[in-house]
Design a protein around this ligand. Structure first.
Ligand code: ADP
Length: 374
């Protein structure tokens, strides 16, 4: 029983009441023995001596005993009253404290069992209200994580189902003799397999970058050189897409402190998107600049643009502006999520801007400048 907070609160209060009453009783005993109400005593003695001098002492003693007895009875009655009041008030106090704590315990149990919508009412007391508010915030965070987990599983299975269905269709066609065992049959199958592999690779990269498991090999390097390397790498796609590339700000040497390979990966992702969403004869501009602490890389295209209401969701996993997820749009919708995480891991940030559909888009990322310039 004493392990329960309720009885500890009641017991503590009772101990205070009883100790106080005992002290008052003791003091009453001492004080009434030492201090005699002099004027009353003198008057009684005077009266007793006048009528019966022999009985004066007895009368005084009786009076003193009655006086002490009355005070002690009054203190005892007061003590019993205090015990009652103390008992009920401590039970009320215990209830006020324990009720929210019990609610907290049962709610956390329900959350542990997967009921993430569980919330507790906010009590009046400031301290308990703060505990309850933090508890509800934690429950909300868990609910969001759970929602993201469910969405992720849904998205992954959706993404995998499409190529798998297509592969099964090809294989059944082959088994039934509807398709010939030729390159025309195998090429689309091969493309589907590659698509699946890309998706699985992307998912693995995303999970590693989100878990902080990708080690960054940060070192100072010239941004312009990396931009040049990436441009050389995607030259064939630029030619195929009949796109013009302009690099602005390359005359200022910008020396950054980041992982050059990951920087190239981010740039490649932005340029691939720009190529994918820009029609032939469009222009892709890479603008390099620097502020006090950061280098800024903006990739601007004259392509399809992005509706303003879609901008806040671009960096979410599997988000695609084209909600029908037309497969012709190509990617799995996690490229930008990976790119932004990589930039974050290097100490920078990434933003997207577009004036709307058909207005082109600009993706900008920052990287910390290296200390020494050369
Ligand atoms: P995906 O692999 O589908 O391109 P991303 O994460 O790279 O996935 O991009 C998410 C979505 O953002 C794309 O599906 C596309 O709708 C939009 N997007 C990205 N870059 C551009 C761009 N340069 N122009 C227009 N839309 C873009």
């Amino acid at each position: 029983m004493w392990r329960q907070l309720k009885w500890r609160i009641v017991g503590g209060n009772m101990a205070v009441v009883i100790a106080g009453a005992t002290l008052v009783l003791l003091m009453t005993q001492i004080v009434t023995r030492m201090v005699v109400p002099e004027p009353i005593l003198a008057e009684v003695q005077h009266l007793a001596e006048a009528s019966d001098p022999a009985g004066a002492e007895v009368a005084t003693a009786v009076l003193l005993d009655t006086f002490r007895g009355t005070i002690i009875t009054a203190v005892l009655v007061g003590t019993i009253g205090a015990i009652f009041v103390g008992w009920f008030s401590s039970l009320a106090l215990a209830r006020q404290i324990l009720h929210p704590l019990n609610q907290l315990a049962s709610s956390s149990q329900r959350i542990a069992n997967g009921r993430y919508d569980e919330r507790i009412p906010i009590p009046d007391s400031a301290e308990l209200a703060s505990v309850a508010t933090h508890f509800n915030q934690m429950a909300q965070a868990l609910a969001t994580i759970e929602e993201q987990r469910i969405t992720l599983i849904g998205n992954v299975s959706h993404e995998l189902r499409t190529p798998l269905t297509s592969m099964i269709g090809f294989l059944e066609g082959l088994m039934d003799g509807l398709f010939l065992s030729s390159e025309e049959t195998y090429a689309p199958m091969h493309a589907e397999m590659q698509r699946m592999q890309r998706l699985v690779d992307d998912l693995q990269t995303l999970s590693r970058v989100e878990a902080g498991a990708i080690e960054m090999q940060k070192r100072p390097f010239f941004l312009r050189r990396t931009v040049q390397q990436v441009l050389t790498q995607i030259q064939p796609q630029l030619v195929a897409g009949q796109l013009l590339v302009v690099v602005e700000g390359k005359e200022t040497p910008i020396f950054v402190h980041a992982d050059p390979d990951r920087t190239a990966q981010v740039l490649l992702n932005l340029l691939s998107n720009a190529i994918r969403y820009t029609p032939p004869h469009g222009t892709i501009t890479i603008h390099l600049s620097r502020s006090e602490q950061f280098a800024h890389v903006a990739v601007r295209d004259t392509g399809s643009g992005i509706p303003t209401d879609a901008l806040p969701f671009l960096f979410e996993r599997f988000y695609r502006v084209d909600h029908s997820r037309a497969r012709k749009s190509g990617g799995s919708g996690i490229g930008l999520a990976i790119a932004r995480r990589l930039v974050w891991a290097m100490g920078g940030d990434m933003t997207a801007h577009s004036e709307g559909l058909s207005q082109g888009s600009t993706f900008t990322f920052t990287l910390p400048l290296a200390n020494e310039q050369s």
